[in-house]
Design a protein around this ligand. Structure first.
Ligand code: AMP
Ligand code: MG
Length: 518
């Protein structure tokens, strides 16, 4: 028997439509709408996360039960569960898009675990809701596997993220036009159960302002601070300002963390920005192979290039400014919110230089280091150098005998390596000189660098290999990736999981380019 202790504050403290009517509609005055998951044919557990099971005080044995597959596919509600979709809006690609809401996510309520922690459960792909607009409320296996794997991989990298409890095949087929080229096809459907302290997004606040519901906005702010930000005194006169400042700070840290590991989210619309500063909504995301600040995996964004690697911090700030616009309608003064945005800039800069110093093995950051770092980033881009491999190998450089051969394996193309040898060599001399200005052995620097530069990241082609295998009912790749993802900084990851992107993956859909079709 699966027993979870529910305490559903979002639905008990905020107004919602309890009618349970599924029909697509605008929901003024509501923060949520009750909705039942649509039953699926033959739910079958494909994978679960041991760590997330433990967070919920569940065992591996529990996860193997038929009751588990029934509950986390949405076929059966456990005692205490209350299923609903939340209402939010959003700025999509720079434009206000109106009401969006959970179109295929259905929350099941908030669990309090044995440690007293609150974890909200949410099914993604569990059927239509009042916010499904003209879509089907479902998700396909390939995108669900990507979300399941990546959210856990992100967590083990030490980066704030929503988590994933389970990946369940629905036993039903879903129609998708994967390449958006007029060739829809049936694909297996799946459902992920996501887990997070909160799924509240910037867009939950924005929609209330768009509707002129300022009192409800105040209520949602107070609720969010009380439930999700215990460090903020909700009764204080400047609670709103303090809270927004903290949201800015967390978002700034998240942007630096994404840069650290070369993660590109792909769709940083305000409806995909977590108020807690978590990575949320894994869609057409990607990981940098050859270093390229202008890269985005999202084919929908290939012309605008709004959400490329280097644009992410700029866009996060833009999104925070939209949140500030919304909050300003109930704030005592706009100035307090502008202070928050200035705080973002300050924290971002400080956190960025701290991260870069650590990435390069510098014990402290000097202003002149910016030039050293920029030079090599530019070289890496021109010479198409693999980011993950480069930083792992940079740790092996000896201060007294810097040898470019050590970095050879990070290059994709031999001719680019040869053509750039002289430039890299002179950079290495500068780097070694810089290292000589600090104390500490090569070995201690290597160890420090390997704690921040991952050996394993969920390269786009690896996720695709796991998908291809699972489609043939072969779980081995998924299992291997989950194992590696648990220890991303370890030296002894199987070499086939740390290999640079193979040539076949260069233009294969799912590997270098992804559409939003999911
Ligand atoms: P995204 O950009 O993927 O975060 O999605 C933007 C909006 O579209 C959100 O409101 C989603 O809930 C909704 N959406 C995306 N895919 C579907 C789907 N298959 N069915 C219903 N709604 C969807
Ligand atoms: Mg979304």
């Amino acid at each position: 028997m699966l027993q979870l202790n529910f305490n559903n504050r979002f639905v008990s403290e905020l107004p919602g439509d309890a009618s349970g009517i599924q029909k697509c509609r605008q929901t003024p005055g509501m923060c949520w709408s009750a909705v039942s998951p649509t039953q699926v044919e033959a739910p079958r557990l494909l994978a679960s996360s041991a760590e997330v099971l433990a967070l919920l005080d569940l065992t591996e044995e529990d996860s193997q039960s038929a009751a588990f597959a029934a509950a986390f596919s949405g076929n059966v509600l456990l005692p205490g569960m209350f299923s609903y979709a939340s209402c939010y809006g959003g700025h999509q690609f720079g434009n206000w898009a109106g009401q969006l809401g959970d179109g295929r996510a259905i929350a099941l309520g908030e669990v309090i675990n044995s440690k007293g922690e609150r974890w909200e459960l949410q099914l993604k792909g569990a059927g239509m809701t009042p916010y499904s607009r003209n879509a089907d409320g479902r998700a396909v296996l390939r995108s669900s596997l990507r979300e399941f794997l990546c959210s856990e991989a992100m967590h083990h990298l030490g980066i704030p993220t929503t988590r994933a409890l389970s990946l369940i095949a629905s036993g039903e087929m879903v129609m998708r036009d994967m390449l958006y080229d007029g060739n829809p096809a049936l694909e297996p459907g799946a459902i992920v159960c996501r887990v997070s302290p909160s799924f509240i997004r910037f867009g939950n606040f924005e929609i209330l302002v768009a509707r002129g519901e300022h009192q409800l906005l105040q209520q949602l702010i107070a609720f969010t601070i009380r439930r999700d930000f215990p460090e903020i005194d909700s009764e204080a006169e400047d609670a709103l300002k303090n809270w927004f400042k903290l949201v800015c700070e967390r978002t700034a840290h998240l942007m630096v963390e994404w840069l650290r590991v070369g993660f590109v989210h792909g769709v940083m619309n305000t409806d995909n920005m977590s108020i807690l500063g978590l990575t949320i909504d894994y869609g057409p995301y990607g990981w940098i192979d050859n270093f390229d600040p202008g890269w985005t995996p999202n084919t929908t964004d290939k012309d605008w290039r709004r959400y490329t690697l280097s644009q992410q911090p700029v866009m996060a700030r833009w999104n925070l400014a939209r949140l500030a616009d919304a909050l300003a309608t109930v704030a005592p003064a706009r100035a307090g919110l502008d202070e928050g945005l200035a705080h973002f800039d300050k924290i971002y800069q400080a956190s960025l230089s701290g991260m870069l110093a650590a990435k390069f093995g510098l014990t402290e950051w000097h202003d002149e280091d910016a030039e050293l770092v920029e030079t090599v980033f530019e070289l890496m881009q021109r010479a198409e150098v693999d980011m993950t491999e480069f930083f792992r190998k940079l740790a092996d450089i000896k201060q007294h005998a810097p040898d470019l051969n050590i970095l050879h394996s990070a290059f994709y193309q031999e001719n680019l390596y040869q053509n750039h040898r002289a430039l890299f060599n002179s950079w290495l001399v500068r780097y070694a000189t810089r290292l000589s200005m600090q104390v500490g052995s090569d070995e201690t620097r290597r160890m420090r660098m390997n704690l921040i530069n991952p050996r394993f990241v969920l390269r786009n082609y690896l996720a695709q290999l796991a998908i291809d295998a699972l489609m043939q009912n072969d779980f081995s790749v998924l299992d291997k990736l989950m194992q590696a993802a648990r220890h991303p900084y370890d030296d002894n990851i199987p070499p086939e999981l740390t290999a640079k992107r193979p040539d076949w993956a260069l233009n294969k859909p799912g590997c270098s380019m992804l559409s939003c079709s999911s």
